[in-house]
Structure formats: structure tokens, C-alpha cells
Design a binder for this molecule. Sequence first.
Ligand code: N01
Length: 550
Amino acid sequence: MSETQAIELDAVIVGAGMAGLYMTKRLNDRGMKIQTIEAGSGVGGAWYWNRYPGCRADLPIIEYSYSFSDELQQEWDWTEVMAGQPEIERYLNHTADRFDLRKDIKFNTKVKDAIYDEAANIWTVTTDQGDVYKAKYCIMATGCLNEPNYPGFKNADSFKGDIYHTAQWPREGVDLTGKRVAIIGCGSSGVQAIPQIAKQAKELIAFQRSPVYTFPAKNAPMNPDFLAQAKSDYAEIRERQRDNEMGICNYRGPKKAKDPNATPTPKPSKKIMDITPEQRKQEIKDFGINVLTLYVDTYYNAEANEIACELYREYLHEYLGDKQKADALSPRDYPMHCKRPVIDTEYYSAFKQDNVSIVDLRDNPVEEVTTTGLKTKNGGEYEFDVLVYATGFDAMTGTIKRLNIRGRDNKLLADQWKEGPRMYMGLQSVGFPNFFTVTGPGSPSVVSNVLHSIEQHVVWIDNCIAYLMENDIKTIEPELAAQDAWVEHVNKAAEGSMMNAPSCNSWYLGTNVEGKPRGFMPYLAGTKTYREECEEVVAKGYEGFKLESA
Ligand code: N01
């Protein structure tokens, strides 16, 4: 394609998921000439690609929804407390239509390169469809969980049956009725998919390397009175979310006036170490197994954490009443709260079904894939018709590192991030002027209500671009010292957390992908703290950023 065919724009946005849609709206409202590029055939990002059976939100949807438009909040009627993927996808389609965003989105198109021309101060973005866009700003709204992770099993391609990945589930769905299905992986995706697949499949074998600590989701049909109340309380709900370090306020409906004669409702203890073994068991009985997530000391005290782990394993053995399955499903050798919390619906009850079995891969990994199934190291041979990878993502950096993104001096971003991502405030990297990432590594992103974090970042980036335009500023990029200090600050914030414990492995740390350097990628100080830090940076004239006047 010749240079003359390039389309000149103010900004290119990559991705039309939750972040890309809102970014598109903000820049559109500013009257900027933009193009949003989306690989899928529809909007939704993670909620477009992850359509495996059972996929749903793990937060109450009242809080995991856009806050930027009260009209949108008022007109959308959620049908479940924790909405499922089809409903969230419908909501995001409605959002795209309501704000007329589709006209700016090019679907079925993948970005290949984003290359900065220093002399012209222009990003040239090219796609697999042959498009060439030239824009002053380039914004990655590619999400944190986008690049599927496939384990590199020996002879992986030899399997003659059907192969699926939960993160690339076919749009038309998959009929697993009467099939022998194998699923590998039991993170959030596997845990949600297993009970649903178990209902259809003739036989389901779950191959698990790291069983998870999972807690029952409190999903239910949405009560219309509760929804009506939430709609009238939205201003307060959003305010309380902003005031919380996770971007979550645990809205429970109207606060009841206190009845002085009412018997006080019992509350679980704050610390597991403060109560006796008998009291711990009693609290599990009274409040359910989820109570283990409420003891604050289990998040930073290894001894407290191990007590909780042991209680969890006991509970699981008691619930399943099947030692082989309970042993295989019991997490051990790593602390509770190390991985992203997993929330389930009927996960363990699925293993009570006769058609569901479990293979513990911890001491017995997959040896190779065969034409009809797979073999494990100890000589186990399994045959099935369908193989489902629920093996997660090359999270947070995978998509960005795969692209040919070149900044000053033609430097490749992937090279700069070889030893781990380096960003200032999770927004920008040194040497990549006017190039922004929504919820990039080094921001709270995935350790918060991610939509809350997305909105905060989109507003920050939009305001920043407005500031640059109003003040005739040519470029913004971080100073190296500020970026180094921020990376250090992010590392410090993760110190002492169970998520960063030496025995912990997770996609937060990058250890789920072979060869990826270990390092805690999100910023753990919390969304409120982070937002205040972002505001302070702006108040101090974009402290830590280099601004170059035109
Ligand atoms: O991915 P994961 P996920 N051999 O990385 C296993 C979000 N999400 O797609 O732990 C055998 O958590 C791996 O084992 P191990 C949410 O943020 C949200 O499930 O590496 N097994 C693990 O069991 C979540 O945290 C929802 O030892 C292998 C599994 O595959 C994030 O997405 C729903 C293996 C991967 O688990 C990722 O979840 C779904 C190998 N070689 C997802 N390689 C909601 O509820 C990997 N595994 C909103």
C-alpha cells in the first residue's frame, strides 16, 4: 500500500472491549478524528472472546458496569446479580449503539505494527487488512487478558478430535452432548466451565496441575426491587466505589434504620489467629466457607494463611466424601489468596457426578498429546473426543509484546520489556511518546474491579490529551528516573503480599507462561491511592513526564 493511501487521524485506539469503547466515546466527544481497530467481529473484548459455557462476571454486576453515563445505568436492566457472558456482551453492544460508537470501529482487523516517526511526531499503524493510519496518539486498549496461553505439550497438534480454548470459544457454540471431553486447567475459566460441560458431556476428565481455593459465587436472579433501589442509589454506589481501594463497595441495598430492640446480627471475627480452633469451625458453619476470605491476617501472615488452607482442605474432604477426588482437588504447597480469587457455581458438586473424573498433574505431568487423547508421565493413557484448553493467558504483556511497536530510535517495546514490563504509572513507557496503555502493568488493573480502573485510566488519558492539545504540547513520555522509581514503587507495594509469596505461581507473576520473567505486574496499593497519585502527578504539571512543546 502506498503512503498516499494512509488515513490521517488524531488517534488510533486498539481494541473495542470495555476500555476501547469508552476511550472511543471520550475522544469522539472531544471531536477528534479517530479510528478504533478490533480483531473480533463484534465489540466486547474479553466478553466477546470468552464465551465458553459458564462464563460470567465474578463481581456483582451493579458495580462491574460503566459508571460514566447515568442514562445507561438507568435504562439497562440486569437480570442476574453476577451477569453471564451473553448478557454482558448484549450490554456492551447496547453501549456501542447507544453512543453511536460502531462508526469509528473497524472490525475483523488486527493491528500489525505501530511505528513512531520522530521527525514527523506521528505514529503509523498498519493492519492485516492493509490499512495504514497516521495519528498523533496511539492508545492500546487491548486488555490484560487477551493473548491465550497454550501449553507447548509434545505432539500437541497430533490430536485428531476437536480442540478448543476457553478464550477463543466459537461464536456458534459447541455441542458437547454425548462427547468424551478433556479439560486442562482449573483457574477461573476451568472452574466456571467444568460444571456446565459436565451437564452435557458423556464423560469429562479434568486435568489439574494446581487445584484452586475457590469460593461459592453468590449469584442469583436480580430482584427487581433491589435493582430499582440500586438505580436510585447509583450516585452513592459510585462514590463509595471511588472511596474503596478495590473499586468495590459491596452494595447491599438500602441501609436499614437501626432497631434498638433488635438482636445484633453476629459478625465473623476479623483475624483467624484471634479465635480458637472450635470457633473457626463454628464460623465456617455459621457464615459458610467464604468466611475464610474475610480474616484479614490470612492475607499477610503465613501462619494464619496455613490455618485457613487446612480448614479449606478439611471442608473439601467433608463435602466431597471421596478421598481420591478430594486429595486431587485440594490445593496445597501454595497459600490462599496467592492467585486471583476464584468464584464458582457448583464446581465441587460437579465432581460428585459419576461422569466427571479428575487427574492430578502435580506429580504426574502431561507427557504428550496423542491422536486420540493424552499420556501422563506415570504411564496413564486417556482417550477423549474433545480437548478443551482452559490454560489462561499470557497476561498483561502478551498482546503488546507480540506486536511490532517501535518508538524512538526504532526501539521495539517488546525488547524494552524483555526482563518484565517497565512503565510509568502503568500508562506510558520511556521512548514511546504519545503512546498510552489503558490498565497497563504497574497500575491496579486486574487487582481491582477492572472496569472501575479502566474508567479512571480512560478519563486520565483523555484529559491528558486535551491538556496537550490546549497547551500546544507536541509530546508526552515518562522520564527514565520517574519510570524506574515507579517500577520500584510497584515492587515494594507487592512485598509481603500472599500474591507475591515465593511459593506462589500465577499469571500476575507471569510464571504461567514458559520463559516469561517472574515479577508481580499489577500495582497493589489500591485504586483510591493510585487515583490520588495520578491526580497529584497532574496537579504538579505532569510530574515525572517529559512534555515537549511544539
Ligand atoms: O487462567 P489461569 P483462566 N499443564 O491462568 C493450567 C479472568 N477470568 O483463564 O496454575 C497443566 O487462572 C494452570 O495451572 P497452574 C480472571 O482474572 C475471569 O482460568 O499454572 N495445566 C491453571 O490451572 C482469571 O484469573 C473470569 O499450575 C496448565 C489454568 O491452566 C483470569 O481470567 C472467568 C498448564 C489456567 O488458569 C485467568 O483465568 C474467567 C500446563 N502446561 C477468567 N498451563 C470471571 O469470573 C496452564 N495450566 C470474570
